[in-house]
Design a binder for this molecule. Structure first.
Ligand code: SF4
Length: 220
């Protein structure tokens, strides 16, 4: 009960006044060859990170909604559990997803890198280059309605630019024909709670754009 109270207090602090009900049933849409890609990732030794990982972290959730989140790389908790966004930042991401009316299990969550960089350092260009093909194949299989890039590294990798996230956030970009909105990474929001208001504005934009696109006949 206390946890629920804390959650609603948090929602109020980021400006949430109501929560929409989740619109999805448990049935996932076709997910192409995601399983096959995951098996390739599990055995991958294409960059030096395979030497220090406990295990690979391929993805979480489901492609059923067509809403896809892309983060940077696994951290310590993710490396241990083999799932993306399970630490404190992951808990905040779950709340952000729920605040716009989705269940975490209905959205697809992946990272640019599938193995943890030591001491959570930034991804190196050769690691991104070695790993990016998996993410591209995941996106091709998921066929997202819209992508939300979480933080600087995901936005820079997908959009091939180096614009500060503070200038990119909340804007709609195009990733190979798929709309993409960068927002602040949940880890940054934990360090900088003052930016949660902006993050909430961006999340509402993501939600509104998602539903606008879903009404198009080719997005079911
Ligand atoms: S980070 Fe990516 S490219 Fe590097 S070993 Fe892991 S799965 Fe392979």
């Amino acid at each position: 009960m206390k946890e629920i109270e804390t959650y609603f207090r948090y929602l109020r602090t980021i400006g949430v006044e109501f929560i929409e009900p989740g619109p999805f049933s448990a049935a996932p849409s076709a997910c192409g060859d995601l399983e096959e890609i995951g098996q390739e990732v599990a055995a991958c030794t294409a960059c030096g990170l395979h030497k220090t990982r406990i295990q690979t972290v391929f993805a979480g959730g489901s492609p059923s909604s067509g809403l896809m989140f892309v983060g940077e790389a696994p951290g310590a908790d993710e490396d241990e559990q083999g799932k993306p966004f399970v630490g404190r930042a992951g808990q905040l991401l779950t709340k952000m997803i729920e605040a716009i009316g989705f269940r975490r299990e209905d959205v697809y969550i992946a990272n640019v890198l599938k193995c943890r960089p030591p001491k959570n350092r930034d991804p190196l260009p050769d690691e991104v280059a070695a790993c990016e093909g998996y993410l591209k194949r995941q996106i091709a299989a998921v066929k997202p309605v819209i992508i939300c890039a979480l933080g600087t590294h995901a936005a820079h990798t997908l959009l091939r630019n180096d614009t500060p996230i503070s200038r990119m956030r909340g804007r709609i970009y195009n990733y190979e024909g798929v709309p993409l909105i960068p927002i602040y990474h949940p880890s940054f929001l934990l360090r900088s709670p003052a930016n949660k208001k902006e993050a909430w504005e961006d999340l509402q934009k993501l939600r509104d754009e998602y539903w606008r696109l879903k009404k198009k006949p080719d997005n079911g």
